[in-house]
Design a protein around this ligand. Sequence first.
Ligand code: UDP
Ligand code: MG
Length: 330
Amino acid sequence: MSSQSRLSDIVIIVPVKDEEESIEHFVREFTIRVNAAVANFSFLFVDDGSTDATINVLKRLSVRDPRINYLKLSRNFGKEAAMTAGIDHVHCDAAIIMDVDLQDPPEIIPHFIKYWKQGFDTVYGARATRFDDSYSKRIFAKLFYRAFNVATFIPIPENAGDFRLISGRLIEVLRNLPERNRFMKGLFAWPGFSTIGVPYERPARARGTTKFNIWKLWNFALEGLSSFSTMPLRIWTYIGTGIALLSFFYVIQIIVKWLIFGSTTAGYSSIMCAVLLFGGIQLISIGVLGEYIGRMYIEAKHRPIYVVEEVSQFAHAAFETSLTRVSNGS
Ligand code: UDP
Ligand code: MG
């Protein structure tokens, strides 16, 4: 699909949740900061169940400016689902996914396009700093990326967010990935297409407030790990084997002692320790199993990832207008 010679058709996908005060500012800044001569841009805002006036702002802007299009999801499905909705509905040579709060600086987009024209399928914004993030969020992010890269064979760059350009053929692949648990950073990397990062300083949020707290991030991390790796399941095989081996030697030691010294009754504390320790370990391992069974349950229901309630009037050929994503004929 990607045509390198003609003026490119690029859609900017912007998930928004309660961003009434940011959208107009974003469009204005985008237009000023990106040299429009580089490509033909249009916007696809995905309203992810906002409860403020976001949809009214989008309606107003889309009437005024035919480059501005929107999809309104029927409720809040989360940023991953909102991005999926955007990706499912575009029809373009490349798409750029970015936040509305200008933490993803539009001025590096010409670099994205330059690399894309050189043949890269993913060009992501590599965060040089995370000044805006709290210390705990930074540590958490670091640990998560370590764990993810060890547990999966799909390395995702540590300093990448969702801000990226994806090529037409990557969009095509993403559309055909049927899973409901959508950890997009993993999915972007999964096909293994050529990828490059463009470093940038991540500024503070221009307007509004962050929509993510530490609890949301924790759940997000669990989802990311469990949807890309079965290592947490396998770990228990090794732990179990290790403990069984140790127990075997312990039993031999007990038998030998018994043969030499005869019966002894001492050992209340060691029994308690063993019971509590193994009880705990078993509960953890059952929890991990439950985590995967839960994921299987969600996948097995085959519910759509999102539901589109409304699309903008001006949605043109660059957009497809199916209302839900029910993949692979399910
Ligand atoms: N967002 C969304 N759905 C959600 C939460 C956030 O579409 O459930 C959007 C939000 O409007 C913004 C982007 O995702 O455009 C990034 O959110 P935010 O800036 O709050 O995240 P942070 O930069 O703090 O990680
Ligand atoms: Mg932000």
